[in-house]
Structures are given as C-alpha cells and as structure tokens.
Ligand binder design. Structure first.
Ligand code: PGA
Length: 249
C-alpha cells in the first residue's frame, strides 16, 4: 500500500503576521517545483485566519496545535475545534508532549480532543512518545502503544494522523537511530492494522523530533514512516521546503 507522505510544521508559540512572508516563499517554492508529498503548517491560533487567506486553500494545508474537547462553553482562553474549522484549519495536533508533560494532559483528554476534532470535520494528529527515562528503562514500545490505545477510540470515525515523537528528541538535536525509529513505527503499524483494519493499515505515521534537512532523507527511507512533524525547522522556507522534498522523493 502506498501512503502519500505528509510533512507537518508545528510552529509552537512562534510567529506574528510578518511570518506570512515565509509562508509565501514556501508556497512559491513548492509551486515552482512541486514535491510528491503533502505539506501542512500549524501556526499559532492568532495566525490561522491570515494564514488561511495567504494559503488560499492551495499547496499547503492549514492546521492548529490544540483544541478544547467541547464545542463551546465557559472555558476562558480555550479554542474549540469548530472555531478552528471556521478559521480555515483542516487539521489539529492533539497530545503533543509539550501539553501531555507540560500541562498534564492524559490519554483520556487527548482522546476527547481527537473526538472533538472529528466532530468538527478536522483531521487530528495524535502525538505519542516516550521520555528518556522510559527509553532507558526499555519501556518505549509499552509507552507508545499504551498511549495509542488510550488516546484513540475503538472505531476510527474519520481520517487520522499519528506522530511518534520521542520526548527527548524534541528541540534537542538528538534523534533515535534509524533502527529505533523503524522498530517503533513497525509496532505502531501492526497495532493500528490489528485494531482498525484497512484504515489502521493506511493511517499516516509521522516521525517527529529534531527533523532537519540533513536527516530527513534518511528518515524518509524507514518503512512505515509516512512523513514528519517538524518544529524548529518548519519556521523558515529554506529549512522546511527541503524536508518536504526529502519525503516527496
Ligand atoms: P523539533 O520539534 O522539530 O523542533 O524537535 C518537533 C515537535 O515538537 O513537533
């Protein structure tokens, strides 16, 4: 089965309107020389409407970095999935480790957010990944598969993307060996196919954590790696577009 790769940029809490020049450069470069890969940017909430108008629904898809699990209500400071859809987003990241570990989000919270995303016709990107301590204790597969089981419903209602992001590889410049990534992705694929049949067998499985232009081509060759979730290197056209191309080859 061929799965078209997806390279997603997670801008985290970076970027103001001036960053639209980077998005324009990315669009232009990918228009001049299209990559055999889908590209997605997830800027901060404040930039979604302006990014949606710059992107114009072409070339690069738009997503958000989180959503509340309720559609509306008295939740000061929160943003709901229908609001993201209204602002032009088609995807939303849920369960990023900076929220699981930084803000104490549990698998149950992540599952509820994924359900909210589906209800608003958004594609959730559900993140999983072990800490360094868990890896050193030999618990990587248990942790990752446990998070997958806990963060997904028993039936997939619509499209889904999974991102495997070892916590210790995020923003550190460290990456697991290609063999280690391969082992986790093979285990995730087996679980997804067993649990969800056809749709699990075709779910995009992204790798994330210190993906750069320099290591993207080798990561792209790993079986069951169907793209990347990119943080720091997604902020600039000259570091993001080469990663999109590496996965599109
Ligand atoms: P990084 O971040 O590419 O800067 O390591 C990845 C992520 O947090 O999604």
């Amino acid at each position: 089965m061929t799965i078209r790769p997806l390279v997603a940029g997670n801008w985290k809490m970076f970027g103001v309107k001036a960053a639209m020049t980077e998005i324009l450069s990315m669009l232009e470069e990918l228009r001049l020389q299209p990559a055999g890969c889908d590209a997605l940017l997830c800027p901060p909430f404040t930039l979604l409407p302006v990014a949606a108008s710059v992107l114009g629904g072409q070339g690069i898809a738009l997503g958000a970095q989180d959503c509340h699990d309720q559609a509306e209500g008295a939740f000061t400071g929160s943003i709901s999935a229908p609001m993201l859809a209204d602002a032009g987003a088609a995807y939303v990241i849920v369960g990023h480790s900076e929220r699981r570990h930084g803000l104490g989000e549990t698998d149950a919270v992540v599952r509820a957010k994924a359900a909210a995303a589906w209800s608003a016709h958004l594609t959730p990107i559900v993140c999983v990944g072990e800490t360094l301590q868990e890896r050193q204790a030999g618990q990587t597969l248990d942790v990752v598969l446990g998070q997958l089981k806990g963060s997904l419903p028993s039936v997939l209602p619509a499209s889904l993307v999974i991102a495997y992001e070892p916590v210790w590889a995020i923003g550190t410049g460290l990456t697991p060996s290609l063999e280690d990534i391969a082992q986790v992705h093979a285990a995730m694929r087996q679980h997804m196919a067993e649990q969800f049949g056809e749709s699990g067998a075709s779910t995009r499985l992204l790798y994330g954590g210190s993906v750069k232009a320099e290591n993207a081509a080798s990561i792209a060759t790993i079986p069951h790696v169907n793209g990347a979730l990119v943080g720091g290197a997604s902020l600039k056209a000259n570091t993001f577009v080469p990663i999109v191309r590496a996965f599109g080859n």
